[in-house]
Design a protein. Structure first.
Length: 176
């Protein structure tokens, strides 16, 4: 089965409120911390990480439903977001609260829009903790270039998980 043949789940009903579609994308593989001598925020994607992010974003381009991409300002996340922005033809906004450990899950929830769909590009464990808070349970773990899609009301324990995909799953599904 190919990615473009997968049925996209309908948005969850949220009463009279807007059912947000929130996509979480973890940055691609970055240089190893032990071989990087600069600030962690400046650690770039590896060539492999860049290529993997490009393949994943290209494979998902027909399934992403969003109005905008919001990204961490850290280099590896920003580069991944630029790849996604080009593949999905979405505007890109850098938001400081998506930087690694810059905000709690609740503070991030408070920043989410109530009337549009966004892709958040960031880091672990932050994305997993955010997903866990929105889902009302245990945090998720996103692999590098992994993706989670949630929908519902952007509030504590008010969203549902639509999909959680590793890069291997995405690329396996997208092969003809």
């Amino acid at each position: 089965m190919r990615v473009d043949q997968i049925a996209v789940a309908q948005r969850a009903p949220c009463g009279d409120t807007y059912a947000m579609r929130l996509t979480l994308l973890r940055h691609g593989k970055a240089m190893d911390r032990s071989s990087w001598h600069g600030e962690d925020a400046d650690r770039p994607l590896t060539r492999e990480g860049e290529e993997q992010a490009e393949r994943v974003c290209k494979a998902l381009k027909e399934l992403i439903r969003a109005d905008e991409i919001w990204t961490s300002p850290w280099v590896r996340a920003r580069h991944t977001a630029e790849i996604a922005s080009a593949a999905w033809k979405l505007p890109l906004r850098e938001v400081a609260w998506m930087a690694g450990e810059a905000a709690s899950a609740q503070e991030r929830i408070d920043e989410l829009p109530s009337d549009s769909d966004v892709v958040l590009v960031g880091h672990e464990p932050d994305l997993g903790l955010l997903a866990g808070a929105l889902l009302g349970g245990i945090s998720l773990q996103l692999k590098k270039s992994g993706i989670a899609v949630l929908d519902g009301k952007p509030a504590l324990a008010e969203m549902r998980l639509v999909s959680l995909l590793t890069p291997k799953h995405v690329l396996g599904l997208s092969r003809p």
